[in-house]
Every structure is written in structure tokens, then in C-alpha cells.
Design a binder for this molecule. Structure first.
Ligand code: ZN
Length: 259
């Protein structure tokens, strides 16, 4: 089984922000333990005083530096911590794939950007599972199920009702044939992998909201892709924009092959 941990970046309601990003990290069940261990070791190596399991890697909180244990650490050092954490993701096992849906909120209006991003990320994840199955020569071992795991504090009400609708109506969720269950909600503080999804979403948010590619460049090679075509990154940008970001350049190729 593959688990897709998802988390968002950028405010849905703040009119001063243009983008909402939903980020995800897809992990094969046997890699979960190793990835968590690696992140725990990283947090421990920061020597931040409090016990490492109490320290959440939440990108915007680290960047703001207003809360403990980040208070009192220079901005430069805090941003370096985010970069170092992304390096770990960059160097992680090959089977670990990143996903992100960058939604220009105005373009999406009047539809809900969270809902749009959620459906798109689930569909991208489903497509990854389909590709794994086809690559395996369509044998039983290659038939991997997927499970979406998300932070309960952030989008609980909106996404939980969406998940319920999926379950009750069996509509769009039913089309995602490789999913084992409707999404599960966990506490992001307790889940290092949700925190990775948050770091990835924030890196993508910096890229599209501020054209700051410092963090995005660290992880861009880890977005789900095959044969040079990027499947895991989607940019739903302003109408009429002629964008040359990696997602938009790949979209033309995806359209050609029907994905
Ligand atoms: Zn683009």
C-alpha cells in the first residue's frame, strides 16, 4: 500500500495571497518507518532544548520565528533548517514521490480552491498507482492500494464533509479505483510525514506566491514523474498566463498522452 500524506500552504481566505497549495508525499508502507526515523534524527540534531518529539516542523511557523523553539534563532538559521529538512526529502528513497497542486484562487473562483486541489491531488495519486501497476506487467504484486492521510486541524470541516460526500454518493471517489478507503485524519504534530507534506507545500507556495525558487529547487526533482513528464505537480494559474514553470511545460505533454 502507498500512503499519500497531504497538507496545505497559503491562506484560502486572505485576499492578499493569490495562491493556495495542497502538497502531498506518497510513501510505500515499508518506507514509512525509515522516513520518520530520518526526520526524527534530523530534529534531534538541531539541539533545540525541548524533546524532539514535541517539535513540529511546520514551515511557516519556522519561517516566522515567533513561537518556541524557533524564537531567538536567527532568520538565516531558521530558513536553513527548512532547507536542510527539504534536503532529506530530496535524498530519500526513490519510491517516495512528491505531489503539489498550486491553485490561483481567483482563477478557481467561485469554486473552492481546497476542493479543487484535493480532487486533483487524489487523481494524480491514483494515476501514480495505476502506473505502478502497469509497470509491474499488471501482476497482483503491482496492484497497490492508496490511502490519503491528512492533518485534521487544517481542513477538517471542509475536507471531511467532502470525504463524506465521496463516500455517500460514491461519485468521484468511486472513480479513483485504487483507493483503499476514504481519507484518514491525523494530528500533524504527531506525524512527521504530514510535516514533510507541509514543508513541500510551503516550498511550492514560495515559488508561486513570491517567485522564490530557493526551496522549490531543492525538491523539484522529487515530484512524481515518468519518462521526463511531471505528473505530480500541477499549476492552475491565472487565466491567459503564458507560464513556463515545470508543471505547465509538462502539462502540454500530459495532455498529449491523455493525462
Ligand atoms: Zn505554471
Amino acid at each position: 500500500m502507498y500512503l499519500l500524506y497531504i497538507d496545505g500552504s497559503g491562506s484560502v481566505k486572505n485576499p492578499n495571497e493569490e495562491y493556495f497549495i495542497l502538497g502531498g508525499v506518497s510513501v510505500f508502507e515499508r518506507q514509512i518507518f525509515h522516513l520518520i526515523k530520518r526526520m526524527d534524527e534530523f530534529v534531534e540534531s538541531l539541539n533545540l532544548g525541548s524533546s524532539p518529539e514535541d517539535i513540529e516542523l511546520h514551515a511557516s511557523v519556522i519561517a516566522n520565528g515567533k513561537e518556541n523553539p524557533w524564537k531567538g534563532i536567527s532568520r538565516k538559521a531558521r530558513l536553513q533548517i527548512i532547507e536542510d529538512a527539504l534536503e532529506i526529502v530530496q535524498a530519500s528513497h526513490w519510491s517516495i514521490g512528491l505531489f503539489a497542486i498550486a491553485v490561483h484562487k481567483e482563477r478557481c473562483a467561485p469554486n473552492d480552491p481546497v476542493e479543487y486541489a484535493f480532487e486533483e491531488i487524489c487523481s494524480r495519486f491514483n494515476y501514480q498507482l495505476r502506473r505502478i501497476y502497469h509497470r509491474s506487467g499488471r501482476n497482483e504484486e503491482g496492484k497497490q492500494r492508496g490511502l490519503v492521510v491528512m492533518d485534521k486541524s487544517n481542513y477538517e470541516s471542509a475536507l471531511q464533509s467532502l470525504a463524506r460526500t465521496f463516500r455517500v454518493q460514491g461519485t468521484r471517489w468511486g472513480e479513483l479505483r485504487n483507493m483503499a478507503e476514504v481519507p484518514l485524519f491525523v494530528d500533524s504534530q504527531a506525524s512527521r510525514i504530514i510535516q514533510i507534506a507541509d514543508l513541500g507545500a510551503w516550498a511550492v507556495w514560495r515559488r508561486y506566491e513570491f517567485q522564490d525558487t530557493r526551496y522549490f529547487d531543492k525538491i523539484v526533482s522529487r515530484f512524481d514523474s515518468e519518462g521526463g513528464v511531471l505528473h505530480g505537480l500541477v499549476h492552475f494559474g491565472p487565466r491567459g498566463e503564458n507560464c513556463h514553470c515545470p508543471a505547465c511545460l509538462s502539462r502540454a505533454v500530459r495532455d498529449t498522452v491523455g493525462q
